[in-house]
Design a binder for this molecule. Structure first.
Ligand code: PEP
Ligand code: MN
Length: 367
């Protein structure tokens, strides 16, 4: 449920209403950016089924109207933000990167698994040079076979932290088990919940409670509504920073593509939710040859971010080699990513350090 208040409602009036709501045991959040200049929107948190709109309306003469959100995913719905798309701002020790519809396309790249120090640091350097803002890499791997490489666990987390220190890239890594959550949260700038755990509701609650941004991958056969309800679990824990990642769904043919990339989710999610969107063409297709075209299609469809697997030597990768790009292929793809993002007005501005360097070198040339 949201409360729409008249434009120019004073901060005092908004605070007075929030306190009245609080005495009725209703938690509210002011989601308006500029109080006093535009309509003020108060979003009511929690289960509001038994709250009567009429009695809310009577709490303040500044209330224009009260809207009940009919979708089952309340806080994830676009209505909950009164039609405004939210941004998830990830602050890493060295950079701050916003994800969202009104921001440049963010690129997350790196190997499926963290294999050793040299490979993760070198991959981090390479993907950064190509233009990625985040390094991905699994420490805990959800594998179909119990005999397949399961990830190096805690030691891999240490290597990710080291790669961040070496490059300044943000870190995205998956948590599979709540027993590892604190350790993962200590290193990750964004905690990934993988496709196989999308409906692990107890894990979602615990991840939500940590308060770090969360990347929620779509389940292998999850409907869009099930996916948004999974996001709702995290939001309901008071964590508004959720990014939705499409990574392909199961369909009848897995001979030529590992999964089926459902790119129609981009416009569908735009109509349903305010949350930022990521597309993972690597897990969606399973083959590196298919990654470039699906990456470009994802940008054209309007994705906010991309996740691309990159390995220094895909043939020897401990997991997901066939779908991993080499650093050279990634760098080539990034040229097209940059051009196409710019075409759609979603181009990255030069990172601060690079901009500074460019100015300096221009000055030197000028002298
Ligand atoms: C991954 O990103 O490492 C991964 C295992 O992906 P998914 O959960 O989409 O299969
Ligand atoms: Mn993988």
């Amino acid at each position: 449920m949201i409360i729409v208040m008249q434009s120019h409602t004073s901060k005092e009036e908004v605070d007075k209403l929030s306190s009245k709501l609080q005495t009725l045991d209703i938690k509210s959040e002011n989601i308006s950016k500029f109080v006093g200049q535009q309509k003020v929107i108060l979003a009511l948190m929690g289960d509001t089924t038994n709250i009567d709109s009429q009695s809310i309306q009577s709490l303040s003469s500044s209330i224009e109207h009260v809207e009940r959100i009919k979708k089952p995913f309340k806080q994830a719905s676009l209505e909950f933000r009164y039609g405004e798309y939210s941004e998830v701002v990830v602050s890493t020790p060295k950079v701050t990167v916003p994800f969202g519809k009104n921001h440049p396309v963010v690129v997350v790249a790196g190997p499926c698994s963290v294999e050793n120090e040299e490979m993760i640091v070198q991959t981090a350097i390479d993907v950064k040079a190509g233009g990625a803002q985040f390094l991905r890499g699994g420490a805990y791997k959800p594998r179909t076979s119990p005999y397949a490489f399961q990830g190096h666990g805690e030691s891999a987390l240490g290597l990710l932290a080291y790669a961040r220190e070496a490059t300044g890239l943000g870190i995205i890594t998956e948590v599979m088990d709540s027993a590892d959550l604190n350790k993962v949260a200590e290193v990750a700038d964004v905690i990934q919940v993988g496709a196989r755990n999308m409906q692990n509701f107890s894990l979602l609650k615990k991840v939500g409670a940590v308060g770090k941004p969360v990347l929620l991958k779509r389940g292998l056969s999850a409907t869009i509504e099930e996916w948004l309800m999974a996001a709702e679990y995290i939001l309901a824990m008071g964590n508004p920073n959720v990014i939705l990642c499409e990574r392909g769904v199961r369909s009848f043919d897995n001979r030529y593509t590992r999964n089926t990339l459902d790119l129609s989710v981009v416009p569908v999610l735009r109509s349903l939710t305010h949350l930022p969107i990521m597309i993972d063409p690597s897990h969606a297709t399973g083959y590196s040859e298919l990654v470039p075209s699906m990456t470009m299609a994802a940008i054209a469809a309007g994705t906010d971010s991309l996740m691309i697997e990159v390995h220094p030597n895909p043939k020897c990768a401990l997991s997901d080699g066939p779908q991993s790009l080499t650093p050279v292929e990634f760098t080539e793809l990034m040229q097209d990513v940059k051009s196409l993002s710019k075409f759609f007005n979603r181009g990255q501005k030069l990172p601060f350090a690079t901009a500074q360097f460019a100015t300096k070198s221009r000055l030197t040339i000028g002298v």
